[in-house]
Design a protein around this ligand. Structure first.
Ligand code: SF4
Ligand code: SF4
Length: 432
């Protein structure tokens, strides 16, 4: 089995203390050692040493891992668990011990990574939403009877999309120029959350940043990589590295945690002759909250009288260690009350394509997350990742809750512009 040499190094770093187990969402839910980080490290070590056959049950424990990396945060020995899991998963997929259906392969490799195709695939759902039939059909359970991945996709679509106006190639900063940056737009993020890109552009502009939106960029490659297509992921990485003029930029701005983590880790995935170019690109990648906090923002002036809580997206908190910055930005908004969320760092179950492929565990985790949000008494929840917004949003609609979901940069944008936030609600259509 070809596994990156770092995987073995990481495995040997584990002292089996078990301090990571209580941070692991699957262990917290199932209380099984084999579904904990320590248990999975034992299993993966035994597989690599050929002491354990690759049977269905063993593979299931590894597939059930969300790759949320909460165990990395918890580990006192500094085990970088994803460096064990990801290569092992790739080799299990290559050995066909883990297999995807035809439909799953089609959507994961040929639809999701391309924003235009996602938009085209969503067209029937958007039509139902325009006709006002979406909520009724969703409540009747129509999407559950659609076959396989189609039904799961249809039920995830965010019904409230406030405008899909094309993004400009360039937007000049207001006032004294403080930075020159470029926006990474991604795939699902661009197809379903372009309003968050617009909010990001406006907030950067308000803070004196010139913003480029380079044409020719593509998906970050995370969908391909995590589903076992290393070559497809590298092709997309290459496309991105070529599209951004990083030497002329202060930063490449990303507003979804999963993409940001992937872009920052390119040099780790492909340590061949391209490493230096990838390192130069990745060295400029900044999450929008990280960037704005470093820059120091102009005070937002218009009050936003909302009680809001903040959910830590795993790939922001655990993969990028960004926790303080989004909270610091939110706390600058006048009138906004930020309330703490218990278990805010426990994965909501979205985890890239996990919510499509492991839906039973994904649903258990999102129910737990929404229960915790409701305990805070908040009117809204902020999260900086497309997957979390979609997955939590579906649960909010399923329970017919009046809860506003927003990216932190949207809240900032509303305050800068003096826009009244949309009324929290599962069936509110808003257009800004
Ligand atoms: S991964 Fe870290 S925390 Fe978990 S058992 Fe190993 S050494 Fe302990
Ligand atoms: S990555 Fe997440 S789900 Fe997987 S073992 Fe670590 S904490 Fe558990």
């Amino acid at each position: 089995m070809q596994v990156h040499e770092h995987s073995m190094e990481e495995i040997h770093r584990c002292v089996h203390c078990g301090l990571c187990t209580s941070a692991c969402p699957t262990f917290v839910e199932l209380r099984q050692e084999a579904d904990s980080p320590r248990g999975r490290i034992y299993l993966m070590h035994a597989i690599l040493e050929k002491q354990l056959s690759i049977d269905r049950k063993t593979v299931q424990h590894i597939e059930l891992c969300l790759d949320c990396r909460a165990c990395e945060t918890a580990c006192p020995s500094g085990v970088r668990y994803s460096r064990i899991l990801e290569p092992v998963r790739l080799s299990l997929i290559n050995k066909r011990a883990v297999s995807l259906t035809w439909g799953e392969r089609f959507f994961l490799f040929h639809v999701f990574p391309y924003s235009r195709r996602v938009r085209a695939a969503l067209w029937p759902v958007r039509l139902l939403q325009r006709l006002g039939a979406y909520h009724g059909l969703e409540r009747m359970g129509l999407f559950r009877v659609l076959p396989g991945i189609l039904g799961k996709m249809a039920s995830l679509v965010n019904p409230h999309v406030p405008g899909q106006k094309r993004l400009p190639d360039f937007l000049p900063g207001k006032g004294r120029r403080r930075a020159r940056v470029a926006l990474f737009v991604g795939c699902v993020g661009d197809a379903m959350f372009r309003h968050i890109h617009w909010a990001t552009l406006r907030v950067l502009q308000e803070n004196g940043c010139d913003v480029l939106v380079p044409r020719g960029q593509g998906c970050c490659g995370a969908i391909h990589y995590h589903a076992g297509d290393d070559r497809g992921a590298k092709k997309l990485a290459e496309q991105n590295v070529r599209s951004f003029p990083v030497r002329d930029l202060d930063a490449v701005i990303v507003n979804h945690a999963g993409c940001g983590a992937m872009l920052k880790e390119y040099p780790q995935y492909w340590a061949d002759g391209d490493r230096e170019r990838y390192a130069e690109f990745s060295g400029k990648v900044r999450d929008i909250c990280e960037f704005l906090d470093d820059l120091g923002i102009k005070a937002p002036e218009n009050p936003l009288p909302l009680r809001v809580t903040y959910h830590d997206a795993c790939h922001l908190a655990h993969a990028q260690q960004i926790r303080r910055q989004p909270r610091a930005l939110l706390s600058k908004i006048p009138g906004l009350e930020l309330v703490p969320l218990y278990e805010s760092e426990l994965c909501c179950g979205s985890a890239g394509s996990y919510n499509l492929l492991q839906d039973a565990m994904a649903m258990r985790l999102v129910k737990r997350k929404v229960d915790r949000i409701l305990e805070t008494g908040a009117q809204g929840v902020a999260a900086a990742n497309a997957g979390c917004l979609l997955h939590i949003g579906r649960e909010v609609r399923r329970r017919r809750l009046r809860l506003l979901l927003a990216h932190p940069v949207e809240l900032l944008d509303w305050s800068y512009r003096g826009v009244t936030p949309p009324q929290p609600g599962f069936d509110v259509e808003y257009r800004l």
